[in-house]
Design a binder for this molecule. Structure first.
Ligand SMILES: [Zn+2]
Length: 199
C-alpha cells in the first residue's frame, strides 16, 4: 500500500534525523506493525523505550508483536515491565490490555498500584477514557463530527490539552504543512492513539 510505504519512509526519516526523539521510533514501529513487519516494529519500539521507559503503549505493542512472532519469553518480559509502567503513569487502557495479554499467555501478572477508586462523574465532569480519573470535562466538543463528540464524551480537559500538544509535536517533527490533508490524517491518528480512542 503506497500510503503506508510513504508513512514508513517519513517516520524512518524522522527517526534517523532525530534519533533521540522517542516519537519518531514509536511512530515508525506503529507503521511497521500496520505493514505486518512485526520483527522490525519491535526494534523500533525498543529504541523508543530505551529513550523513554515510561511509554506504556510501546511495551504493549512490542509485547503483542513478540507473542505473535512466537518469542514468548521476550513478549512476557516487555508486558510485565509495561504493566508496571502503565500503572505508574495512570494509563489504564494499555495496562488492562497488557494484563489481558499476559493472562492469555498463561504468564503471571505483576502486582501494580491501583488507581484511586472511581467516583461517579458529576456535573461538568467525565470519567476519562485515557487517565481513568473523574475530572473536569471540556465545555463543548473541540470540533464537529463523531471524533469531536467522542473526545467531549470520554476525555477530560487535562488529557485533551496533552493530546493537542502531542499532535502538534508530531506535525512539527514531520514538517508536514498544515494544509496538507495527509497532515490532518497523521494528526488524527496520533491523537486517537494518545487518547485510547482508536477502535
Ligand atoms: Zn484524563
Amino acid at each position: 500500500m503506497a500510503d503506508l510505504d510513504t508513512r514508513i519512509d517519513q517516520f524512518k526519516k524522522m527517526a534517523n534525523d532525530d534519533p533521540g526523539n522517542e516519537l519518531g521510533h514509536f511512530s515508525l514501529g506503529r507503521a511497521l506493525l500496520d505493514a505486518g513487519r512485526d520483527a522490525e516494529a519491535v526494534e523500533s519500539f525498543d529504541r523508543a523505550l530505551a529513550i523513554n521507559p515510561t511509554l506504556s503503549k510501546a511495551y504493549q505493542l512490542a509485547g503483542a508483536a513478540l507473542l505473535k512472532l512466537g518469542r514468548r519469553d521476550e513478549g512476557v518480559a516487555r508486558l510485565t515491565a509495561g504493566v508496571t509502567a502503565a500503572a505508574d503513569r495512570g494509563d489504564v487502557m494499555p495496562r488492562d490490555e497488557m494484563v489481558r495479554l499476559l493472562t492469555d499467555a498463561g504468564a503471571p501478572v505483576p502486582a501494580f498500584k491501583q488507581a484511586a477508586p472511581r467516583q461517579a462523574a458529576g456535573e461538568g465532569e467525565v470519567l476519562c477514557h485515557r487517565c481513568g480519573e473523574t475530572k473536569k470535562k471540556l465545555a463543548k466538543p473541540p470540533f464537529r463530527g463523531p471524533f469531536g463528540q467522542a473526545v467531549y464524551d470520554k476525555i477530560c480537559y487535562d488529557c485533551w490539552q496533552l493530546a493537542i500538544r502531542q499532535g502538534t509535536k508530531v506535525i512539527n517533527e514531520l514538517r508536514l504543512p498544515l494544509n496538507d490533508p495527509h497532515a490532518q490524517k497523521v494528526w488524527d491518528q496520533h491523537i486517537r492513539e494518545f487518547l485510547n480512542l482508536q477502535d
